[in-house]
Ligand binder design. Structure first.
Ligand SMILES: [Zn+2]
Ligand SMILES: [Zn+2]
Length: 139
């Protein structure tokens, strides 16, 4: 695994860091700002070590790392389904992933497929776990 991604993942083990970055990414998506100010947004909320670390990873991949960790915590999702944006600009690489299921611990290795990848990963509810939970309720 890429060393930078691994470090970013470890940094996100910290609950506060995780939440702060998540909120920052959400604000960012809404604001649609210039990429040049992303670094300063990071520096405004993190120490320089973390800001530098996160700035080395693309925002798409950071968002995937966040989503992955959130899903791991939920526990009722083991796989995600790859969905392209479904328009004519979807490239061949992304099209090959479309509709495929992947284990959640592989998410950050696969997604984004490239820079400016617009694909999304949809959580797939684990049928085994949910039917087990249902049995618990019924018994
Ligand atoms: Zn693509
Ligand atoms: Zn894509």
């Amino acid at each position: 695994m890429d060393e930078t991604i691994k470090k970013a993942q470890q940094a996100l083990d910290d609950e506060k860091t995780h939440l702060t970055l998540k909120n920052l990414l959400l604000d960012w998506q809404e604001a649609d700002d210039e990429p040049s100010t992303w670094q300063s947004s990071l520096e405004a909320v993190f120490d320089s070590e973390k800001a530098d670390l996160f700035s080395e990873v693309s925002r798409e991949r950071l968002a995937t790392l966040i989503q992955q960790k959130d899903l791991q915590k939920r526990g009722n999702v083991k796989e995600v389904k790859w969905l392209t944006s479904g328009d004519e600009d979807v490239c061949e690489t992304c099209q090959e992933h479309h509709g495929e299921h992947y284990p959640i611990d592989k998410m950050h290795e696969l997604h984004p497929a490239h820079e400016d990848c617009r694909c999304e990963l949809e959580p797939v509810l684990d049928v085994d776990i949910s039917s087990e939970a249902l049995r618990d309720i019924l018994s």
